[in-house]
Design a protein around this ligand. Structure first.
Ligand code: TTP
Ligand code: MG
Length: 384
């Protein structure tokens, strides 16, 4: 059976919710962002005409759009809308993969019998979201996640783009190469240096050369350029927790070795968390002593998080308090639970977090490309 994947993404999500809350905002430039020193979380499409965009310092937004309406944001309300969106999507398929608060893939393969032609179903979802949530959503429909995602972004806001089977490469060919998910500024520069501007240009580069320049990632790029993507739509409920543990070849007593091991485990867990676009609220440390007695201790954070630094602190303090016996240690483990899709708006309240996350994401990218051992933090560097 031919696969059909829809990608849906709400338009100017936070701003649209604010407009629902206060309909007098409609027709005005609306900018959602927190605090005086904060950044823009999102701006509605009217404000975007003035050049305002996500992650821009609010002071800049004020300068570009002085008559804009600035709102601080309403965390709980956005989560509520997000949940209602996901509930609607869940009525059309058991395979709904929530990517962020306002974005999801829905695998619509084989739903024709129940709901009729897939394009009608996708249209119906778009309409229901409009009617029931009073939110505008853009839809991309294609044979795989990658192409569906690019398609949903084609005609925002309220876009509806269908890419028929077999036309994927042609659909992508004329688009700037940075429209491919995963092509960030650094990679873009390298591609441009090699004369690659469009996805079509990229598709013409021999896969061998891409692999030489970019390693594993080069293969992924070659596939992406041709509009191929074999990833499955995975519903999030499957992931309840993420953990890693390590057993030492010889039992260890040295606290420095133990703690640097914990840091390395935490890095690994957090990287997997970020790769799945999740945040975690609980963190658990597991200590197994030489005599096999095993203790676990957990802590729940006030906010879900996904950055290494936050978990380092928690893990180390859990370990120091939890290591109540003087035996050597045989095994250490770190786990996170209470997982939710990543919510960027947390950034509004803590300016440190986005910087830390940026660092983490850069490290993730380097490790993705050159292997896990490519970069190490000072704390883990001595460990072997
Ligand atoms: P997006 O879907 O990236 O943006 P959007 O829905 O506002 O606009 P678009 O029509 O282009 O999809 O992100 C969803 C929400 O996540 C957004 O409304 C606010 C929040 N967000 C942040 O808080 N910080 C950010 O840097 C980004 C990109 C989003
Ligand atoms: Mg959106």
């Amino acid at each position: 059976m031919r696969r059909v994947v829809a990608h849906l993404d709400l338009d100017a999500f936070f701003a649209a919710v604010e407009e629902n809350l206060d309909p007098t905002l409609r027709g005005k430039p609306v900018i959602v962002g927190g605090g005086k020193r904060g950044v823009v979380a999102t701006a509605n499409y009217i404000a975007r005409r003035y050049g305002v965009h996500s992650a821009m310092p609010l002071v800049t937004a004020h300068r570009l759009c002085p008559h804009g309406v600035f709102v601080a944001g309403n965390h709980r309300l956005y989560r509520d809308y997000s949940r209602r969106l996901m509930n609607i999507l869940g009525e059309y398929s058991p395979l709904v993969e929530q990517v962020s608060l306002d974005e999801a893939y829905v695998d619509l393969t084989g739903t024709e019998r129940l709901f009729g032609p897939v394009t009608h179903t996708a249209r119906a979802i778009q309409q229901r979201v409009q009617e029931e949530l009073a939110l505008s959503i853009s839809v991309g429909l294609a044979g795989n996640k990658l192409v569906a995602k690019v398609a949903s972004d084609m005609e925002k806001p309220h876009g509806f783009t269908v890419v028929p089977h077999g036309t994927e490469a042609a659909f992508l060919a004329s688009l700037p190469v940075e429209r491919l998910p995963g092509v960030g500024p650094a990679l873009l520069r390298k591609l441009r240096d090699r004369g690659v501007r469009t996805v079509g240009d990229l598709a013409r580069v021999p896969e061998r050369l891409l692999r030489l320049s970019f390693g594993e990632w080069g293969c992924t790029l070659a596939h992406a350029a041709r509009g191929e993507d074999h990833r499955r739509v995975e519903s999030r409920e499957m992931v309840k927790s993420i953990s890693r543990e390590t057993t030492f070849p010889d039992d260890v007593g040295d606290p420095e070795v133990l703690e640097s091991t914990l840091i390395a485990l935490t890095e690994d867990v957090c990287r997997r968390l970020r790769r799945r676009h999740l945040e975690a609220r609980t963190v658990t440390v597991k200590i197994r002593y030489a005599d096999f007695v095993t203790h676990t201790c957990s802590r729940t954070l006030t906010q879900p998080r996904d950055v290494d630094e936050v978990f380092f602190q928690e893990v180390i303090s859990l370990f120091r308090r939890g290591r109540t016996r003087r035996y050597r240690v045989r095994l250490l483990g770190v786990g996170v639970g209470n997982l939710t899709p990543r919510a960027w708006q947390d950034d509004l309240f803590d300016q440190r977090i986005p910087l830390l996350r940026e660092l983490d994401l850069k490290l993730d990218a380097i490790r993705e490309k050159y292997g896990r051992e490519a970069v190490k933090r000072g704390l883990t560097a001595g460990r072997r």
